[in-house]
Design a protein around this ligand. Structure first.
Ligand SMILES: C[S@@+](CC[C@H](N)C(=O)[O-])C[C@H]1O[C@@H](n2cnc3c(N)ncnc32)[C@H](O)[C@@H]1O
Length: 233
């Protein structure tokens, strides 16, 4: 029997327990809608690490409509992603408002008004999860959706013997995510979004969490625009 790689271990039962939803894939139009400021979020530093370190297994926390997921998947055909997001509530009104808000409209500049209306309609009708999965339908063999929240999901993956090489966090801007990621996956590259995101008092909360965490544990910090990256010591 061929040797089973460490990365493949645990993936089969994880897929079994976290199936894709039944849906008429391809019957609605897929779309590309990453929340990365219209491509100016600095995500190239993550793409570089995926290539340089030949990352084969990544955990993405906060996939939304899988726009960022598509960026990672398209960067390497060796990469498998475990996408963690509850995909709860319904984002139709959020997308509708984003298109009308001058500060956020850049994110949807590449879509026509008709396309935005169709996306909003489809999300209202089919819900976030099916619409998000339809966007990554060509990557069914390389994407496992796990409808759980961080940080709990990191313990869940660890218990199942999953060992990601990279964890990308674009969710709640909490320090806890970093600590739990390190606890379970001490060798993983930990990275994410929201480096320049200010809370209501103007504090760059995620940047503070990342810098404090890096200082405590000796990680190297890299950043570009909204994106940050921590290399384990
Ligand atoms: C800013 S969006 C992610 C955008 C996406 N990465 C992109 O660039 O296209 C935040 C996402 O995080 C998810 N989320 C919020 N809290 C979470 C948590 N504790 N664990 C996992 N996902 C969470 C939300 O459901 C939402 O889809």
């Amino acid at each position: 029997m061929p040797p089973v790689s460490k990365i493949a271990l645990g993936m089969k039962p994880l897929r079994r327990d976290n199936p894709w939803p039944d849906f008429g894939y391809g019957e609605i139009e897929p779309f590309y809608l990453p929340l990365d400021g219209g491509g100016r979020g600095g995500r190239e530093i993550i793409l570089d690490v995926i290539k340089e370190r030949r990352i084969e297994l990544m955990v993405e926390i906060g996939c939304f409509l899988c726009g960022s997921t598509l960026q990672w998947l398209r960067s390497s055909d060796k990469l498998t992603i475990i996408g963690c997001d509850p995909w709860d509530s319904n984002w139709a009104a959020y997308i509708e408002n984003m298109a009308l808000d001058p500060l956020r409209a850049r994110t949807v500049y590449h879509l026509s008004d008709e396309q935005i209306a169709t996306i909003v309609h489809n999300i209202r009708r089919f819900g976030n999860f099916c619409v998000a999965m339809n966007n990554v339908r060509l990557y069914k063999d390389r994407f496992v959706p796990v409808r759980r929240r961080s940080p709990e999901v990191l313990g869940y993956l660890s218990e199942r013997g999953i060992d990601p090489q990279l964890i990308y966090i674009d969710a709640d801007k909490k320090r806890e995510d970093l600590d739990v990621a390190r606890k379970h996956f001490p060798n993983a590259v930990i990275c994410g979004d929201d480096w320049l995101w200010p809370d209501e008092t103007g504090k760059l909360v995620m940047q503070e969490h990342v810098k404090d965490f890096a200082k405590e544990y000796g990680y190297e910090v890299r950043s570009a625009r909204q994106t940050w990256l921590l290399i384990a010591p």
